[in-house]
Design a protein around this ligand. Sequence first.
Ligand SMILES: [Zn+2]
Ligand SMILES: [Zn+2]
Ligand SMILES: [Zn+2]
Ligand SMILES: [Zn+2]
Length: 299
Amino acid sequence: MFMADATVSDYDLSTETMDLEQTVKPKKVTFALGVKLRVLSTRGVLDLFQCPVCSCSMYPPILQCSNGHTLCSKCKHRVNNRCPSCYHEINNIRCLALERIAQSLDFPCSYQSHGCHEIFPYYDKLRHELQCKFRPYDCPCAGSRCSVTGDISTLLAHLTNDHKVDLHVGCTFNHRYVKSNPLEVQNATWMLTVFNCFDKHFCLHFEAFELGTEPMYMAFLLFMGEEDEAKDFSYSLEVGGNHRKLIWQGVPRSIRDSHRRVRDSHDGLLIPRNLALFFSGGDQQELKLRVMGRIWKEP
Ligand SMILES: [Zn+2]
Ligand SMILES: [Zn+2]
Ligand SMILES: [Zn+2]
Ligand SMILES: [Zn+2]
């Protein structure tokens, strides 16, 4: 499971003309009178902005107790308004000096330990982190309200261990979906299979849902990675029976897109239930679908 990680490595300040001591003195910054001092913050300075409760970077309002210990405003209620260092009461006293220093410093992205080496001014850092490609992914398992996040290898381990998802190697597949009571669409069937090909991982989703009042089945592929890389791939899905077939060809969406968003945009193979039962053959009381597919890399 991904945990917020505020660990950062030290920066080499040898190329900076200003020493650490000067950087943290509020006086020094105030004297700059509007001249922006852009200084790459060091580990020591960054520690000043780390909330002692949640370990995240503190953003205004930064609060302090009567002894001057700081804390992020989100954590105030978590510690029942008591300073975790000295147990004095924490009111709404802001630490303006620290807030102001922050605006003159550059901070490394919080996902540095995940591979991001970018450095940003205080507020830009927050904006960047919302889009950083090293930020953790949400678990792609829909329907289970899973809150696990992590990088791709963490998620793969989680999917196989905790969701018992099947992992297949290869770029073609042939899957059977069987359901004895196909009338149950509301308590949807969520099925997820992971494929490993081209050294990447793809999730094949199959599920039932209601489109308006029409019961539907849908199959689509998600790419375990960023959208710009997902565009390098294409896939096809084919389902049929009784001498008819439906074919879908598309581009896998990134798992950054929520499962719901992909479904609601109908970006996949949609099979109305009547047709699905017709494909299933027999007395049409049971859903028996064979979905064949292929993934390839665009030249
Ligand atoms: Zn906090
Ligand atoms: Zn205190
Ligand atoms: Zn980043
Ligand atoms: Zn999960």
